[in-house]
Design a protein around this ligand. Structure first.
Ligand SMILES: C[C@H](O)[C@@H](O)[C@@H](O)C(=O)CO
Length: 542
């Protein structure tokens, strides 16, 4: 084990498992590390990479759990260590080493939309939180701002930085309306008595340890997992007839969904890819029906991406009440006029939230479509259309058309980036419609299920600003321009324990407040530790 000279800080850069993604994004990491090293040097310390650039692979990321273990076995476990993230990363590559590390840990991401580095860091933070690891976390646009430098200096000197969380209030200190309490209790009783099934197509997506809910913690909620397999989904997909796929496809075209096709399947979307996605949609519904699932999650990456086009189109459709009809083996239509809640990337915390949201919104006669997004990035609106800070909520392909301006007509389908999805597949993309939403996140901390909820509005920005945000991130993916009430950028980053954030619309601000309170009451009845974040639309406390 190498002994580090005094005032040295180790740097670990974690990456994707997919070589194509690591190669395509390496230049972003190089740029970030340069800025970070400069900031650390200006404070009198030296950043030392804990692992080298790999010329043969053309990147310097840790790209597997095994490689991560080798790296951590060779470093001083007492050394101060920064995990620097500018790209999407698989937390399990480094989680083991951070669990056994004894020195101070700081996770850092650059405030950039270019690659999902912020998303990667939030996933790692959620995973470290669930694992009970002490860590500090920081983010910065270019590593020269005073918020970052002040906190970095503090971490270098003391080994820890904390962020104030004055925007977070335990539910017990909030004024929950009686109607929300009563309905929350009724729905909780129903769940405890009748129970519900969450269908899990291969547990654990892309190293997202935080997204797995230990079964024991779920028992209290009345929700149980049915462990399904992506192999079964693949097989069932191959059993769906061409005619059925065509029927789904025609339904979508009739509704006005636009597909952007090209000739080269390696880089373009083709009709064949979409038809396979239509088969997958039918297959997923049939399996969910067979096992009686209230919600399903498809892991969708490793394993499936080498057999089929991405599952996003199917996932977006499943999450919409108005979707192509599918019959089961007995000839009965499956859940007519209803979504089958799908939790992208088999994020079980989002799945549980989706089950709650569906029931609460159905009971309150509010729109039941809900989805997760990545908390991808954010920036003030340079066009001046709104004064607020506007988040980029973006997800890698699947959102219900009901969330989009113009529904299916306003949505389109573009080929997934080849670096993530070799076999392509179309996304279900759109711009989220303006309106009042409830955001939420279930997470695990100190061995307990917890839930944060807050309110936000979705704003409409000029098309050129939407296009700019897409260019800065992933133009193929659905986007939501969100303004969180009473939660600043830094407060959100400091508190949020996941890469994902759940969103659901309500008809107006008052209805959204009631939906928030009811979901909070339901979760609390089921034993979750609930907190409300920020304020109502008018700035008043919950
Ligand atoms: C395709 C990518 O790997 C995405 O799955 C990733 O950016 C995420 O959405 C992470 O939540």
């Amino acid at each position: 084990m190498k002994k580090l000279p005094a005032k040295s800080i180790l740097l670990v850069a974690n990456g994707d498992l997919r070589l194509s993604a690591n190669q395509a994004t390496w230049h972003l990491q190089v740029a970030m590390e340069k800025q970070l090293a400069k900031a650390v040097a200006a404070l009198g310390y030296k950043l030392v990479r804990a692992h080298a650039y790999k010329p043969k692979l053309k990147h310097g990321f840790i790209s597997s759990q095994k490689e991560g273990m080798e790296v951590f076995a060779g470093i001083d476990p007492q050394a101060p260590l920064i995990v620097a993230e500018s790209v999407w990363q698989y937390s399990h590559h480094v989680l083991h080493g951070l669990i056994s590390h004894r020195g101070p840990i700081l996770t850092v991401a650059n405030w950039s939309g270019s690659a999902p580095g912020l998303v990667g860091m939030l996933n790692l933070n959620g995973s470290l939180t669930k694992a009970g690891v002490n860590y500090s976390t920081l983010w910065s646009e270019d590593f020269t701002d005073s918020f970052f430098l002040k906190n970095l200096e503090k971490w270098l000197k003391t080994g820890a930085v904390q962020h104030r969380q004055t925007h977070v209030r335990p539910l017990s200190r909030c004024a929950v309306p009686a109607r929300a309490k009563t309905l929350g209790k009724k729905l909780a009783d129903e769940l405890r008595q009748k129970k519900a099934i969450m269908g899990i197509f291969d547990e654990g997506c892309m190293g997202m340890y935080n997204a797995i809910i230990p079964d024991e913690l779920l028992f209290q909620t009345g929700v149980y997992k049915e462990r399904l397999s992506q192999s079964a989904l693949y097989y069932e997909t191959t059993q769906v007839s061409d005619a059925e796929a065509r029927a789904v496809y025609s339904w979508l075209k009739k509704k006005g969904l636009t597909f952007h096709y090209g000739k080269n399947p390696k880089t373009d979307l083709t009709e064949d890819q979409v038809l396979l996605q239509c088969k997958m949609y039918v297959a997923a519904l049939r399996i969910a029906d067979e096992f009686g699932c209230d919600a399903i999650g498809i892991q969708y990456q490793q394993g499936l991406k080498d057999l089929l086009p991405a599952s996003d189109l199917a996932e977006g459709l499943l999450n919409n009440a108005d979707r192509p009809p599918v019959k089961n083996a007995q000839g009965k239509e499956i859940l007519p006029g209803q979504p089958l809640t799908h939790f992208n990337e088999v994020d079980e915390c989002a799945g549980l939230d989706g089950i709650f949201t569906h029931r609460v919104h159905r009971a309150l006669k509010q729109p039941i479509e809900n989805t997760l997004h990545d908390l991808r990035w954010g920036t003030p609106d340079p066009t001046g259309t709104v004064d607020d800070y506007v988040w980029v909520f973006l997800i890698s392909g699947a959102a219900p058309a009901a969330h989009h301006i113009g529904g299916y007509k306003g949505s389109d389908s573009l080929r997934q980036p080849p670096m993530y999805f070799r076999l392509g597949g179309g996304t279900l993309r759109g711009v989220a419609k303006p309106g009042e939403i409830v955001w939420s996140r279930i997470f695990v901390e100190n061995g307990k299920l917890k839930m944060d909820l807050g309110r936000a509005k979705v704003v409409e920005l000029p098309r050129e600003e939407t296009e700019r945000r897409w260019r800065e991130t992933n133009p193929q993916w659905p986007i939501m321009h969100a303004v969180t009430y009473g939660v600043s950028r830094d407060q959100m980053m400091a508190r949020h324990k996941a890469n994902h954030i759940q969103v659901a619309y309500a008809k107006d601000a008052a209805a959204a407040d009631l939906a928030l309170y009811t979901k909070a009451a339901l979760a609390s009845q089921l034993g979750l530790e609930v907190a409300l974040c920020g304020t109502k639309a008018n700035g008043t406390k919950f």
